[in-house]
Write a new protein. Structure first.
Lengths: 451, 468
């Protein structure tokens, strides 16, 4: 891994070249990353390591913006890219709302974002993780095996430099594992999937992940169907976190609000949910998968309460939208890649836990459906608030306990209405999904369409 | 570029051989691209990028290792080779021995047609073109929003392996994707189209873009005024654009040999059997007019023409070298990777149904009541290649009444079982139109590759059609 100073030096060269070519403002964003990825079944199917570097330059001429990027970081090419950025800016149309690039970078203190063992990307360690997982699956029974899986780990170094003499960098690691397990017996087969995201390989319990998926796959060899009816549904925290991503990641940002893509546009200060519903964006969550010390424009991350006990309090901003509305950035600038412009997006979006124990919640629910795995949440509509998901793995709640496995149930709910009352119980433990966090939640009276 | 990178590739292969690789290949890829997005006559983004990278893939102790880098300095390249070795050795603890089908070594150079390099066209010209398209699209009454998105990609690929294959490719793609949103009595309708090709800026000069933009606006306005179809099972004619997508997604993936090996294909064990009506012949072809230009795959295997289905009989699966060995089939040149950094996996190239003998009016003439389902402005869908089931949302389509193509309908979905649908193919049209897209392609295992889609219009005896 190069030193941050090497990246920042290239960034300075880009900014200087852009200013020399006629830019009134310029910014360089650099990334150096290495990632390892293995695809596996019972054995390692493929394993690769990729190293890449990249530079994205933003140049402003008056109020005209241009961007260009390159993966070729020789000094000559860095300068050429900066010059091209200015040419593009000159060809652009003016953005009358343009104010300026950030004039002061900053950093929050966030522990747990870099792990040395993960950064090493040792093939032996990674193959060891795969072995632990696959062994746990196969230890259970002969008829169950991992049918497809992926383990990815990586490290990255980001450097940002701009024309106001600002320079900053951040280093992070991450690991991600996903596995689909198949169980077979005469005339039947079933699968189950599990995944985990963390900043360190050691934070993932590969054995537990494997055996949980294997046990579920075996359970679902005898999965039944459900008749269509309304029922109380308890949604697993992981699934709730993924619903959170679908429902809120694109609509609580200032750009979505401004461009008419958000249903929350005129709801600031209003009651949008019951008192037990609190939604927070936290870029400083220790070890959070979407936590960062600073955002993709060099501004410090923070904790922003979006919905406080049911009342909509704030939206998420990058520097551009913050200046456009005369507020302070919430440190939510994200870039899809080094060549992409920053846009506001959530850091760690967290649905605050309540005080229910899971067992008590089941006992209190008496009859219902516990939703463990779903597909097709993309069928949901985050603008109108319709939640639709295909429950591939659920368990009936009967007499206050989990009983039979059921599959192929479509659940539909008017999610925004559910937030106001029917979503009435929140468990104590947070679960994660790709940097989104939620507890298990009960939603009353959901339409479950079965056979 | 091939001259420039030949020496580099040679030194990588020598280093791999010296370290004791049983097999090794190296891929070098340089890409320059520009993507320009204009909405309602305002430039929203202009992304210009270039990248260069190398990967080396080795077989050591019967196990794969692949490492890549975007830094082509000697030390970084040597480090990549060593890394690939380390990976292979670690993986060998838990892997089956890799066997590769034999292929003859070849030395060839290819380039897709390109007269004017699109990345060299000045930014101003690109922005103006898109603004003009928006202006034309917005001039249609009832249209509230118009977008135009230009993409241009120039790629150079170089492949070499320890068996003596040396291949190079220059490929250029240009295209514009555009959309309009119309409102009628409070109901919004968005329509879109994408006109891309493996060609240079000359494509832009050959097309009347203002006319295309106006046309997609008119379609949005007309569609907003129409109704959804009556749900039920009907005889249908599916146009080439929608049929091409259906064949690719619902049937093509099931013929990918890796899915056959892993048991995720409904076609496993069915070689030599009738899987479609006698009218149906399906091929996968590396280069075809209008389609994607894939003269060889990312394992250095020439991609000719693979007959997958011949008059209804399943003749072949698509393979990479490893999958070919596993299935004891010939390698078909379908080992494709998203880019240099990824492992090649089995992918389609230009996958389409061969034309039959019918004109469009002959396809519809016997239908008393049914639908003409169209792919333009379609909404996507879902398939399960293991089960053979599909659901697709077509673009604005038409009712067929008494053998005539009649009024427009919106929000049409079609669903069913692909093998049943192919068995019910009654007649195949004579016109074939293939398309590709610079804006994206087909995803599998986290890798996206560009493909060619299309084919003739087809009459299917019965299809479940729903309103969406």
């Amino acid at each position: 891994m190069p030193e941050p100073s090497q990246l920042l030096e290239l960034g300075r060269a880009a900014v200087e070249a852009a200013l020399r070519t006629g830019a009134s403002e310029a910014e360089a964003y650099l990334v150096d990353s290495t990632s390892a990825e293995t695809m596996f079944t019972s054995k390692v199917e493929s394993f690769r390591v990729s190293s890449s570097m990249g530079l994205g330059v933003r140049a402003v001429v008056g109020k005209k913006l241009g961007m260009a990027s390159t993966s070729r970081l020789s000094l000559d090419n860095v300068r050429r890219t900066a010059e091209k950025t200015v040419r593009i800016a000159k060809a652009s149309k003016e953005d009358e709302h343009w104010h300026s690039l950030p004039s002061e970078f900053g950093r929050s203190s966030v522990p747990g974002l870099f792990d040395k063992e993960t950064a090493d990307l040792s093939p032996d360690v990674l193959v060891g993780c795969v072995e632990e997982l696959a062994d746990a699956v196969e230890a259970l029974r002969r008829n169950v095996k991992p049918s497809r899986g992926m383990l990815k780990a990586g490290r990255s170094l980001v450097g940002i430099v701009n024309c106001y003499g600002q320079e900053i960098s951040r280093a992070e690691t991450g690991a991600f594992v996903w596995v689909k397990v198949s169980a077979e017996e005469v005339g039947r087969s079933a699968t189950a999937s599990e995944s985990a995201y963390a900043r360190a390989l050691s934070a993932i319990d590969f054995g537990k992940l494997g055996s949980e998926a294997a046990e579920r796959a075996l359970d679902f060899l005898k999965a039944g169907k459900l008749p269509t009816r309304k029922m109380d549904v308890v949604v697993r925290g992981k699934v709730m976190a993924s619903i959170l991503a679908t429902m809120f990641s694109g609509t609580l940002t200032a750009d979505a609000v401004h461009e008419g893509r958000s249903p929350w546009a005129d709801k600031l200060g209003q009651e949008v949910a019951s008192e037990s519903f609190t939604l927070v964006d936290d870029g400083t969550l220790s070890g959070g998968f979407r936590s960062r010390e600073l955002d993709d424009e060099g501004l410090p991350t923070r904790k922003t309460v979006l919905v406080d006990k049911g009342v909509l309090k704030s939206f998420l901003y990058d520097d551009y939208w913050a200046k456009r509305e005369g507020v302070t950035s919430t440190g939510n600038a994200w870039r899809a890649g080094y060549g992409s412009r920053p846009q506001p997006a959530p850091n760690c979006l967290i649905l605050q836990p309540g005080d229910w124990r899971f067992g008590e919640l089941l006992a209190d629910t008496r009859e219902g459906l516990y939703v463990v795995e779903t597909i097709g949440e993309w069928l949901s509509d985050p603008v109108r608030g319709f939640l639709n998901a295909n429950v591939t793995h659920g368990y009936l709640i009967e007499g206050g306990e989990l009983t039979r496995p059921v599959s192929g149930v479509m659940i539909s709910s008017r999610f925004f209405e559910a937030m106001r009352g029917p979503m009435d119980a929140f468990c104590r433990e947070l679960e994660e999904y790709e940097g989104y966090y939620a507890p298990a939640v009960r939603i009353r009276s959901v339409v479950a369409s079965g056979k | 570029m091939s001259e420039r990178y030949e020496d580099l590739a040679k030194s990588v292969l020598e280093e791999a051989a010296r370290l004791g690789a049983e097999q090794a290949d190296v891929r070098i890829q340089a890409v320059r691209s520009e993507f320009v997005f204009v909405e309602n006559k305002v430039l929203r983004s202009y992304e210009s990028s270039e990248s260069l990278g190398l990967s080396v893939r080795v077989v050591v102790h019967g196990s794969w290792g692949l490492a890549s880098t975007t830094c082509l300095e000697k030390s970084a390249v040597r480090e990549a080779v060593e890394r690939a070795f380390k990976i292979a050795r670690s993986s060998a603890r838990r892997t089956k021995r890799v066997e590769l089908a034999e292929v003859e070594a070849v030395e060839r150079s290819f380039s897709s047609p390109c007269r004017v390099r699109p990345v060299d066209v000045p930014p101003e010209e690109k922005v103006e073109l898109l603004v003009d398209m928006n202006r034309e699209a917005l001039s249609v009454e009832g249209v509230k929003n118009a977008t135009a998105y230009l993409g241009a990609v120039e790629e150079c690929l170089y492949f070499a392996n320890t068996e003596g294959t040396r291949l190079s490719l220059d490929r250029t793609m240009t295209g514009i994707m555009y959309s309009s949103v119309a409102e009628h009595e409070g109901r919004m309708e968005r329509t879109w189209d994408d006109h891309s090709a493996c060609a240079g800026w000359e494509l832009v000069k050959e097309v009347d873009w203002a006319e295309e933009a106006r046309d997609i606006s008119l379609l949005a306005v007309e569609t907003a005024k129409t109704r959804s179809p009556k749900a039920g099972a009907y005889p249908v004619v599916v146009d080439g654009r929608l049929m091409g997508l259906l064949i690719h997604e619902a049937f093509g993936h099931a013929t990918e040999g890796d899915l056959v090996v892993s048991g995720d294909s409904v076609l496993r064990g069915r070689l030599g059997q009738m899987v479609a009506s006698e009218q149906v012949t399906i091929v996968d072809e590396g280069t075809a007019p209008g389609g994607m230009y894939v003269p060889f795959d990312d394992e250095g295997v020439l991609k000719g023409r693979t007959v997958v289905v011949e008059r209804g009989v399943l003749r072949s699966f698509l393979t990479s070298r490893e999958v070919a060995a596993k299935l004891s089939l010939p390698p078909t040149g379908n080992g494709r990777a998203q880019d240099f950094a990824n492992f090649p996996i089995v992918r389609q190239t230009n996958y389409y149904m061969e034309p039959g003998g019918y004109a469009l009016d002959e396809l519809v003439e016997d239908i008393k009541f049914g639908y003409f389902l169209k792919g333009r402005s379609r909404r996507g869908g879902e398939v399960n290649p293991g089960m053979g089931t599909f659901t697709f949302r077509a673009g604005p389509s038409h009712v067929i009444r008494n053998g005539e193509i009649c009024e427009l309908v919106r929000g049409v979905a079609m669903s069913g079982d692909i093998l049943e649908a192919l068995r019910l193919v009654e007649a195949v049209g004579r016109e074939v139109e293939l398309r590709t897209s610079v804006f994206g392609g087909c995803g599998k295992y986290d890798q996206t590759v560009r493909v060619g889609l299309g084919g003739p219009s087809v009459r299917i005896g019965r299809m479940v059609v729903g309103g969406a």
